[in-house]
Each structure stands twice: as structure tokens, then as C-alpha cells.
Design a protein. Structure first.
Length: 736
């Protein structure tokens, strides 16, 4: 009955497996070469991923392992796979194997691990040997031999047979199926079925790679001792055997300057014995070798040197008393200063530079020394020693002349100057400076010391004259500057106006004038001058010289209408010629051509200026009874003068004046013929009572010709005059 029940359960399980109702693990077992790295896997049932777990043992030819593709029944349970030693269940170890008792093809234990996950059981594993063992982790105090059913035994035998027949170059039947049943808790509870195929795959023996790096500890090959190539030896030891040279490589730097070497495909085992590899390096001159694993470090300590020397004084035991208390020695490395030492008499005048690199960038360094200048001594370097020879110290003094005279504006700068040099107050030399030497020079080859004491040098300048002021600045060491200063001379141009216009007789004088200042003919300034200024002007603060030549200042006056201008240096005389005029006078006789013989031989015409007689003229027939009063002032006190004329009384005639000063005056003298007895041949002259006092009349009034007059007389005279005119005209016609 029990056997039937078991068969029924098996059939149900098979059906469930077929329809996917139980957890199924598909197992694929492969043959691997020895020495593969063991791997562990973690299975997370919630993610349904493949978990690989490979176990590889150290065996002669191969071992078996299984790859699992676990498919979850939906549980979230996770588990960590590990190995447990069958005969020592309390210790976790890596792969454990056992030798088979006896001989035959099955030289080593062939083992298959299988793992599965259940709802109630922990991880377990079984070992296949002559019998099939398993361990239940819940009851792990002992090993239990599992007595399988006949079909299980058949599968066990097939598995063993497959393992025995497997080799590196053969494959077992891929259709071989392994079915394992596991019952927990004495066959009660859950049942898991593991099915799968066994496949044998030959793989090559495992090999390793040995690689290393060369490190140079030589301060970047400072001494240039590093070789271009090294020899690295690969040493080999099988098991506990002798260490032998397996290979040698010549190693050089790659393009990046790295020194690397490697060996590939080296067997990890030979004859079931582990092979140990190491390296050595052929010796390198001047380098020590240090090996760490497969890496090599070569060390070279850069060589050192030192420079030492001493001072030799050749100064007659410091006779001049100028030897310094200390000197400075400079150390030069390939010509560049790298160090200095102050050396004193207390040092014995000796020096030393030690711990100096002997090489740099592979080349030996050239160390030299120099000495800071020692005043009064020449320095001679002999190797690393220095000889100082006393030479009377010489110096020179630079002298520069500076002119502050507005670029010699006044032209007073001399062609040369003389500078005198004094040593401790005593004149010893002189120096001439000129424009040709740019007003610069120096006193050279001068002793700096006398009797061990420094000489004090001073200079003086000979008097330059021309109002130059000399100032000396500077020192003998820095040089002297002699500054000559002269302020350009200034002048004043001033003048006054003279009016020559008869005290502004005509009233033409202006209220102001303009005076222009000219500099060498070019107008540079102007001033408006008025009577309020007293008709005076002044241009001051004027440069007297320009470019060494005296400036010619002149003045001009803007034209003054009606006046002529005469410049006398800086004064101006304005002359105004009073306008002149003339007065023409013509005498006309209306006396019938002097029919009565009364016409005088001459008459006197008086010229009146504003009613005042200023001039007289006697007219005669010779003058054709005409005259011109000329060169008469037209104005007086700014007002135009009124000129009139008056005729002195002519007996027997009446006088009539017509015209004006501008167009001329016409004086008509009229005589009327009288019917009177003949005049005695020698009549008594009728002389005026005051012949020297002419009877002047007021301007504008017509003078009277007779002593008495009346209307009748005037009428008669008019008739007579008309008759005489007619008679004269008739006579003229007859003559013609």
C-alpha cells in the first residue's frame, strides 16, 4: 500500500512539474578546468533572476559544477548560498573534496552540488561519491546516507558513469536527465523536484599574468646615470622545488616614460603543484634594487661635491688702510648665482660651500665663484681662491651745466664756461663746457684717497656775468649740476599824445584814440587812450630780447579823421590844419565909364571876421578891381567863422555889396552925373576930417556914399545912371 502511495505521489509530482505547479530548477552541469575562482550568489525570489553559483575544486583534470536557473513560486524569501563541510558541519569552508578509495579512471572525487529553495527548509547540499550523501541543515549533526528508490539508484549510477566517462576532450550525452527527490522531516511535508541535463564542456587549463612596473628613485635622473634599458628576469618555482629563471625581458621606457613589463599565459599549476612566480633584475651600476611583488624600484643617491677657497691680500699689509672688514663671495652654478657667503678676517678669509649637487640633468655642474667688488682693489679669481691687489683707487666726477634763461632769450649766454675742481679745498683742475659738448664733462682719473683718507672734491664756476646766478647741486659720487639762472630783461613802452590843432580850433578832436604796439613789426597789443588818461599810454612787462636779439618795439595810431599822425619814438603828435577858406571881392563901377571923372584911382576893401575887421586891401585898376582874401581860417573855437566885406567911402559914389563869403562879394559903386557948373580946374580938395579913420559900418548894413541924401537925390541919380549905361553901351557898339 505504501509503495503504491509513493508511486502515486511521484506521478502527481511529475504532473505538477509538467504543468509548472511546483518549483522547478533547471540544472546545467559543465566540466571546468581546475583553479577557477569560486563564486557565490544571492537569490532574491521577488525579482525572478538567474543566480549562478559555481564551485571549483583543485583536482587533477576537472571538476563538475552546476548552473541553476531558479524560478520562484512567488515567495519573497531570499537566501544566501554557501558550502558546508560534510564531515565537519560546524565550519564554513570552500570546496571540499575527497579521494576515491581504489584505482581506476575515477582518480578524483567528482561532485555535483545542487541547491534549491523551499518554503520550510534551509539550504542543503549533497555530495556524490560511491554513495549519494546529503545533509539536512536542520539536522546537521551527522551525515545521512540516502537510500534512493530504484529509479534514483539508476540515476545515481548514470551520473557516476557520466562523471567517470567525462574528460577534457569528450562530452557526455546531453540528453542524460538527472532527477533527484528530496524529502524533509522523514518524508513528510513538502517535496521538491530537481530535474535537468548534465553536459560536459572541456575548458583549457587556467593561466595567470605576471606584470610589474619599474620605478626610478634618482631625482629624475639628476646625475645622468640611468640606463636606457634594464633586464628583468621571471623566476619560477613549482611547489617546493628549485627556483629557476623562466624568462628575461629587456625593458625600456614607453612613449609616456613608463617602464612596464609583463608575461601572459603562465600556467598556475604544473603536475598538480602550484607554480610560484617572482622576478629579479640584473644589477645596474650606481643603483640599488628593491623588489615589491612584481614591481622594481631602483634608487640612486645623487652625488655631492663642495667648493672651498681662501683670500690672498696683496696690499702691503693694508698700508693704505682701506682693506674692508668683510668680503662677499658668490657661488655660481653654470654661470648663475645660487649662493653667497660673507667672509671676515675671523674666518681666516676662507669659505666653503658644501653638500652641492655634482650633476644636473645628467651633466656635471660647473661651479665657479665671483667676489663682490672691493673698493680700491682689483680682484683675481684663481680656481676657488681670490687674490685682491691694491690699486690706488680712482674716481671721476661728472659735471653738467643747466641753463635757466628761457632758452637764451636775451642772447646773453656765453659761448663757454669754466668749472674749477678742488681737492680738499685746493684747486687742481679746470673744465671747459660748451654747447658743442652739450654743456657736459667730467674730471677723470682722480685719486680717491690720500694718506688713507678719502679726498673731498668740490667745484666752483667762474663768473658768467650778464646777471646770471650760479647754483651748484649734487655730490662727487652722483655728479654735480651747475645751474645758471637769468631772468629775461623786461622793458616798458610808454608815450603821450600831442594835439597840434590850435587847441581844437575846428572842434574835430576825437574823444579817444587807439595806440597799437608792434613787436618787430607785428602787432601784439593795443590800448584805447582818452583825455581822462591825460592822453598817455604804457605797455609794460615786455620782453626786451627774443632769440638773443633785442626786440624792436614800435607804435602806430589808428587813423584819426581830419588829423595827420606823426610818431616820435613812442609819442604821437596829431596835427590838424584848420580849414582855410577865401573870400573873393570884385568891384564894379556904374559911373558911365567914369564920365564925370570922379572915379578914384583906388578903393579900400575891409575884411570883417565875425564883424571885426581883420584885414584890408586897396584895389586899383591894375588889380582889375578884384581881390581874393585867402588862407582864412574857416573855424574858430569849433564854429564856422562868418566873413563879410566893407568898402571904405568913395566920394561921389554909392556902394552896394552883394553875394556872400562862399560865392564871393560884389561891390557895385554907382555915380549919377549931375547938371552942375563946371568944376574949377584946380578945385580945393575936399579931404575928410579924419582920413586915417575909415568909417566902419555894422555888418550887414550898406555903407553911405555921401554926407546927405534924400529921396529926390536917389531918384535923380538912378535916372542919370541909366542914361550913362545907355551911353556907354552905345559907345561900345560904335567902337566895335
Amino acid at each position: 500500500m505504501k509503495e503504491k502511495l509513493k508511486k502515486l505521489i511521484s506521478m502527481v509530482l511529475i504532473v505538477l512539474v509538467v504543468f509548472g505547479m511546483v518549483t522547478t530548477n533547471f540544472v546545467e552541469t559543465s566540466v571546468f578546468a581546475a583553479n577557477d575562482t569560486e563564486e557565490y550568489g544571492v537569490y532574491d525570489a521577488s525579482k525572478q533572476r538567474k543566480v549562478e553559483n559555481k564551485a571549483h575544486e583543485t583536482v587533477a583534470d576537472f571538476s563538475l559544477c552546476m548552473d541553476y536557473d531558479l524560478k520562484s513560486p512567488g515567495t519573497s524569501t531570499s537566501a544566501t548560498f554557501s558550502y558546508k563541510k560534510v564531515d565537519n558541519v560546524n565550519k564554513d569552508i570552500y570546496s571540499q573534496y575527497r579521494k576515491k578509495v581504489g584505482t581506476g579512471n575515477f582518480d578524483a572525487v567528482k561532485r555535483i552540488f545542487y541547491y534549491y529553495l523551499t518554503h520550510t527548509n534551509e539550504i542543503a547540499y549533497g555530495v556524490f561519491q560511491n554513495e549519494y550523501y546529503y545533509q539536512d541543515t536542520k539536522n546537521s549533526a551527522y551525515d545521512t546516507t540516502y537510500t534512493a528508490y530504484p529509479e534514483h539508484n539508476n540515476q545515481k549510477a548514470l551520473l557516476r558513469k557520466a562523471a567517470e566517462d567525462s574528460s577534457l576532450d569528450t562530452k557526455i550525452d546531453e540528453s542524460l536527465t538527472l532527477t533527484i527527490f528530496y524529502y524533509s522531516n522523514g518524508g513528510r511535508g513538502y517535496q521538491n523536484v530537481i530535474t535537468g541535463k548534465i553536459k560536459s564542456t572541456p575548458l583549457p587549463h587556467k593561466t595567470i599574468r605576471v606584470e610589474g612596473v619599474k620605478t626610478w628613485n634618482d631625482n629624475n635622473d639628476q646625475d645622468g646615470k640611468r640606463p636606457t634599458e634594464i633586464k628583468v628576469n621571471l623566476m619560477k618555482q613549482v611547489g617546493d622545488g628549485e627556483v629557476t629563471k623562466h624568462d628575461t625581458k629587456a625593458v625600456t621606457a614607453d612613449n609616456q616614460g613608463n617602464w612596464k613589463y609583463s608575461w601572459d599565459d603562465l600556467p598556475e599549476y604544473e603536475d598538480d603543484k602550484k607554480v610560484t612566480y617572482s622576478i629579479t633584475e640584473d644589477p645596474i651600476d650606481d643603483y640599488t634594487i628593491s623588489i615589491n611583488g612584481y614591481d622594481v624600484t631602483n634608487t640612486h643617491i645623487p652625488e655631492k661635491t663642495m667648493v672651498e677657497g681662501s683670500k690672498i691680500w696683496e696690499d702691503n699689509n693694508d698700508q693704505a688702510k682701506i682693506r674692508p672688514t668683510e668680503i662677499t663671495i658668490n657661488l655660481l652654478k653654470n654661470g648663475e648665482k645660487v649662493d653667497s657667503k660673507i667672509v671676515k678676517e675671523s674666518d681666516g678669509w676662507k669659505w666653503k660651500f658644501d653638500n652641492l649637487d655634482k650633476y644636473e640633468k645628467g651633466k656635471e655642474i660647473n661651479y665657479t665663484i665671483t667676489e663682490e667688488k672691493v673698493e680700491g682693489y682689483s680682484s683675481e679669481v684663481q680656481g676657488y681662491n681670490v687674490k685682491n691687489i691694491y690699486i690706488p683707487s680712482k674716481t671721476s666726477i661728472q659735471v653738467t651745466k643747466s641753463w635757466v634763461d628761457n632758452n637764451n632769450q636775451d642772447g646773453k649766454r656765453p659761448e663757454s664756461i669754466t668749472i674749477k675742481l678742488f681737492a680738499n679745498g685746493k684747486e687742481i683742475k679746470d673744465l671747459t663746457l660748451t654747447k658743442e659738448n652739450n654743456w657736459e664733462g667730467s674730471f677723470a682719473d682722480l685719486d680717491e684717497y690720500e694718506n688713507g683718507k678719502k679726498i673731498e672734491y668740490t667745484i666752483q664756476e667762474e663768473n658768467v656775468g650778464h646777471d646770471y646766478v650760479s647754483v651748484i647741486t649734487g655730490t662727487p659720487k652722483d655728479g654735480f649740476t651747475v645751474t645758471n639762472t637769468r631772468m629775461p630783461e623786461k622793458i616798458v613802452v610808454e608815450g603821450s599824445k600831442t594835439w597840434n590843432d590850435n587847441n581844437n580850433q575846428d572842434g574835430k578832436r576825437p574823444t579817444e584814440i587807439t595806440i597799437n604796439l608792434l613787436k618787430n613789426g607785428e602787432k601784439v597789443d593795443s590800448k584805447i587812450v582818452k583825455e581822462l588818461d591825460g592822453w598817455k599810454w604804457k605797455f609794460d612787462n615786455l620782453d626786451k630780447y627774443e632769440k638773443g636779439k633785442e626786440i624792436n618795439y614800435t607804435i602806430t595810431e589808428e587813423k584819426v579823421e581830419g588829423y595827420t599822425s606823426k610818431v616820435n619814438r613812442y609819442d604821437v603828435e596829431n596835427s590838424y590844419t584848420p580849414e582855410k577858406t577865401s573870400v573873393d571881392v570884385i568891384k564894379t563901377w556904374e559911373d558911365n565909364n567914369n564920365q564925370d571923372g570922379r572915379r578914384p584911382d583906388s578903393i579900400t576893401i575891409n575884411l570883417l571876421k565875425n564883424g571885426v575887421k581883420v584885414e584890408s586891401k586897396i584895389l586899383t585898376k591894375t588889380d582889375k578891381w578884384k581881390w581874393r582874401f585867402d588862407n582864412l581860417d574857416k573855424y574858430e573855437n569849433g564854429k564856422e567863422i562868418t566873413y563879410t566885406v566893407m568898402e571904405e567911402k568913395v566920394d561921389g559914389y554909392t556902394s552896394k555889396i552883394m553875394g556872400d563869403a562862399k560865392s564871393g562879394y560884389k561891390i557895385v559903386n554907382t555915380h549919377t552925373t549931375e547938371d552942375v557948373p563946371p568944376v574949377p580946374k584946380t578945385p580945393k580938395p575936399n579931404r575928410p576930417e579924419n582920413p586915417n579913420k575909415p568909417d566902419y559900418k555894422k555888418p550887414g548894413s550898406m555903407p553911405k556914399t555921401g554926407d546927405t541924401s534924400n529921396i529926390t537925390l536917389y531918384a535923380g541919380l538912378g535916372i542919370l545912371s541909366a542914361a550913362l549905361l545907355l551911353l556907354i553901351n552905345k559907345c561900345k557898339r560904335e567902337e566895335n
